[in-house]
Write a protein that binds this ligand. Sequence first.
Ligand code: IVH
Length: 666
Amino acid sequence: MDVKNKLSQLRKNLEQHNYNYYVKAEPTISDTEYDFLMKELEAMEADYPEYYDADSPSQKVGGVINKSFESFQHLNPMLSLGNTYNEDELKEFDKRVEKGLGTNQYEYVCELKFDGLSISLHYENGILEKAVTRGDGVKGDIVTDNVKTIKTLKTHLKGDVPNKLEARGEIFMHRAAFNRLNEQRVAKGDKEYANPRNVASGTLKQQDSADVAKRPLDIFIYHIIEKENRFENHWQSLAAARNWGLKVSTDAKICSTMNDVLDFIQVWDNKRHELGYDIDGVVIKVNDFHQREELGFTAKSPRWAISFKFKTLAASTELVEVTYQVGRTGSITPVANLEPVQLLGTTVKRASLHNFDEIERLGLHKNDVVFVEKGGEIIPKITGINFEKRNPNSIPIQYITHCPECNTLLVREEGEANHYCPNELGCPPQIIGKIQHFTHRKACDIQSLGDETIATLYREGILTNIADLYDLKAEQIMGLERMGEKSAENIIEGIFQSKVVPFDKVLFGLGIRYVGATVAQKLAAAYKNIDALANANIESLEKVDEIGTRIAQSVVEYFSDPLNQVMIQRLKTAGVQLEMDVDANQLVSTILEGKTIVISGVFSQYSRDELVQMITSNGGKKGSSISSKTDFLLAGDKMGPSKLEKAEKLEIPIISEETFLEMVQV
Ligand code: IVH
C-alpha cells in the first residue's frame, strides 16, 4: 500500500474509533491501542508533511495553555428559550404563534433539548476561527483551544460553506464517559462529580486544553446563522450543516400539527433513558425563516421557539423505617422503606439515602411524609420533607452506631462519606459478598456458581471464605435444595478452571478495599507475585502508578491480617495463580510488531533490561543507534544531546517511559 493510502486508512480508522468511543461510547479497542495507532499516524505525518490534513484526527488534541479567557461580544445575543411544562402551556404557545402569523399554515421542527452548555462556533471560509461560550448572553469567553479537543467537531468544513458562518450548539458529556471519569476519581480517592453537565461546563473552562482533551466531550449543532440567506427554513439549514461536516442530531422531526408535537414529546419522554447522554426536554421551533422574522423576539427569547421540559415526577409518601445494608466491603448504606406509592408506572417502596450526611441534610424524622422523585436515575430519591405533615413529637432518625448484621462498632474514616463495619472476616454479608465477588466475571469468572448458591453454602456452614471454594466437594453441593448432580459437577469444574485465571484477576478477586480491576493490574505488574506484594510497605506501594496513600494503606492492612495470610497460603496450595506468568520468551502482545525502538537515558520505574524485555515480549525490536529505520526513541533522563538532536532531525517520535508503559499496557 502506498503512503497516501496508508495515511488515509489510518485516519479513517482513528475516526471510526473516535466515533465508537465518543459517540457510541462503545470502544472496540483499548486506550493503549488507540494511542498506539495515533502515535503511528503522527509519526507518518511527520515523515510525509506533504500529506498534511488539518482535519486529521492527530490535529484534534490540544495542549495549549491559556492563562485566562478573552471575552467576545456575540454578533447576535445568545438568548434562552421560554419553558413550558405541560400540554396547556404548549398549546398557548401554539396559539400565540398562530395569532402572530395570522395563519395556521406553519410547521415546527422538534428537537431534543440537550443538557449541556451552549456554544457559538465561528467559521471563516470553512475554518473554525473562534468558539465562544454563552456567558451572559451578550458576551462570552473565547474557548477555542478547548473546543478543538472535541473529537467529533470539525475544524475544517467541507463543501460549499458560506464565507462567514456561525453554528450554535450544545456541548455535553456522554454518561458512559462521565461514569468512567468518576470511576477513575474513586480509584484515586477523589470525590465523584455530580452530573455530566457540571463536568462538561467545568471542563470547558479548564486553563489547560490538554486536561480538556482527557475528558471527552461531544457536541450537537442546532442553530445556523449565515448572512447569505441561503435557506428557506431551519430544516434545510440543518441538513446543509450536516453535509458540511457539522454534527447535527438526527433525532429531530418536522411536525405540522400540535398532535405530532405532543407525540414527539411523548416518545422521547419514554425513550430518553435509552440515549447515552442526558436530555431535559424537547425544543419546538417554527421551521420557516420568514415566519420566524415575522414573530421576532421578546427581550429574553425568540417568539418562534419554546422548550418543553420533561417532568421529574414526584410523589409524597410516609417513611416507615430506615434500614441499613452492609456491602461487600462493609460499607453501610441507609435505605428508606416507604409506604408503597405509584410513580411513573412503578410502585416505589424504597429509596436510597446514600449515607449519614444525606439523612442529616434532609433532617429526617421518624414517620415523616417525604417527597420522592424519579429523575434520570432508576432508583428514586428523597428530595424533601413535607414539614406541614410532621408530627411535632416525632424524633430525628438516629444513625446506627453498630453493624446491623454483626453488631460491631461502625467506623467512619476521615474524608469518607460512608460508615463501614470493620469486621471484614466475621460479618456475614461481607463474607458472602467477598466470595461472590471472587467468582464474578472480571475476577475468577466461576460462572457455574451463582450468588444465591454461595449465600446458601455460607448459611450451611460449608463456605466461610474464598479458600474454602477449592476444598468444595460435589456431594456437599448435591445435598442442597434444587441442586442436581450435573449442576454440582459444573460448579466443581468451574472452580477447577479458575486455577488458570491470571494473577491480576485473582488479586482483584480478593476484594481488597479500593483495589479495583485496574489497580490490581498495576500492582500485579509491579510486584509480579503475591509474596512481594504482601511484603511491600506503603512507601514502595505509593511509587506504583495510580496508587495513592489510601490504596497503599489498605493493601498493607489486608496482608498484615493473619487470617488473610492463612487464606492466601491455602489458595497457593490449591494451585491458584498468585504470580505473573514470567516466561521471558513468551509474546505478551504483538502491539510493537515491526517497530524498532532505541533506548537512551536513565529510567525511573524500570531498568533498561526490563524495558528491552518489554519491547521484545510485545513483538518489537531494540535498535542500537538512531537511524531513519528507528520508529521511536524511548528517552529517559540524562540522555546525550547528540542523540536527541539526531532524533529531532530525523523527526523520530520521542516517547517517555510513561508513554511507553502505556503503549505496552503495563
Ligand atoms: S435553540 C434562539 N435547540 O437550551 C434559539 N437550544 O434555554 C436558542 N438547548 O441555551 C436555542 N438543546 O443551550 C436550542 N435543540 C436545541 C437545544 C437547545 C439544548 C439549550 C441551549 C439554550 C437552552 C435554552
